[in-house]
Design a protein around this ligand. Structure first.
Ligand code: URA
Length: 296
């Protein structure tokens, strides 16, 4: 059998598992590569699967970049699906309905790969700015609130630099349950495309209820899940995407900044935030404009 980078890497992971390793650190870039492999493999099996109910046509070679919504991924859920009917009432009523629904959300529960505790959202639903992360981790599960661990501290710092606080924005996750691992303690893993797909209708309805003027996708999982676009954060950041008429800015996940102390990476995130502030008409001071620029 020929060895591809993919099979070598699998072999390496298998050997780690056999040695009892349940946790491996990956850089954001490595996670992006893995995600792309996974999505490509999944796409291949969908196209070739004889049991697939409606096989999709082979993608046509094209020189133009792919559209920002990729119909191969999460085809129906880009628009809030009709299987969820929001009740009449206030925004709070509708969010409470979604929270209750998420609690026993069968598509997610049926996977048996997510933990039991549901972590919904936090912040102010009457906001213009919605931030969407990946999935709860250990601390979020304990406190049942998104972004309360170290990544949450970093996110609070970013918000503060923008002149905002957690109670001025709405913070949610694309996956509402902590992805499970064998012998899990404080270790977390990123959600799989199936887990994202299963939870997507909930977040899409949160967006429909909140109707934010702007969404920030924190990290590749949120970006790929929301936009259906394959690619790394570095290829998706630096511009606005469109999600059913709402501008979406993709940026690195706060945990990436915890791992990388490089001011250039901080500056990239900060430039995304400056673009968001400008597009939303928020005041931006000269001091703010200069954050994380190299000193002369
Ligand atoms: N990372 C996320 O993406 N979401 C959380 O809630 C916590 C960490």
């Amino acid at each position: 059998m020929t060895s591809t980078p993919n099979s070598l890497f699998r072999h390496y992971l298998d050997s780690l598992i056999q040695r009892g390793t349940t946790r491996a650190s990956l850089t954001e870039e490595a996670r992006d590569v893995l995600r792309t492999w996974y999505v490509t493999a999944k796409k291949g099996s969908r196209v070739h699967s004889p049991s697939s109910p409606s096989p999709r046509p082979e993608p046509q070679p094209t020189k133009t970049p792919p559209p920002s919504t990729n119909p191969e991924l999460f085809p129906e859920e880009r628009k809030p699906s009709s299987s969820i009917t929001l009740p009449e009432g206030t925004m709070e009523d509708k969010l409470q309905y979604l929270r209750d629904l998420a609690q026993n959300w069968k598509p997610a529960r049926d996977l048996n790969s997510l933990r039991d505790t549901m972590v919904f959202a936090t912040g102010n639903p009457h906001t213009q700015l919605m931030l969407i992360g990946e999935a709860p981790g250990y601390y979020e599960e304990v406190q049942r609130e998104p972004f309360v661990g170290r990544a949450g501290e970093k996110l609070n710092q970013i918000l503060k630099a923008m002149g905002l606080s957690r109670d001025m924005v709405y913070i949610s996750n694309i996956v509402k349950f902590r992805p499970s691992l064998p012998n899990q303690r404080t270790n977390n893993r990123a959600p799989t495309p199936e887990e994202i797909e299963a939870c997507l209708p909930i977040i899409m309805h949160e967006i429909q209820v909140i109707q934010p003027k702007m969404i920030i996708a924190l990290g590749g999982t949120a970006a790929v899940g929301l936009l259906g676009e394959q690619g790394s954060v570095s290829s998706m950041r630096g511009r606005f995407h469109d999600l059913n008429g709402i501008p979406v800015r993709v940026t690195y996940h706060p945990s990436y900044l915890l791992r990388s102390d490089n001011p250039r990476e901080k500056r990239k995130v900060w430039e995304d935030m400056l673009a968001v502030m400008e597009r939303m008409g928020m005041p931006v001071s000269e001091k703010q404009r200069g954050y994380f620029l190299p000193r002369e």
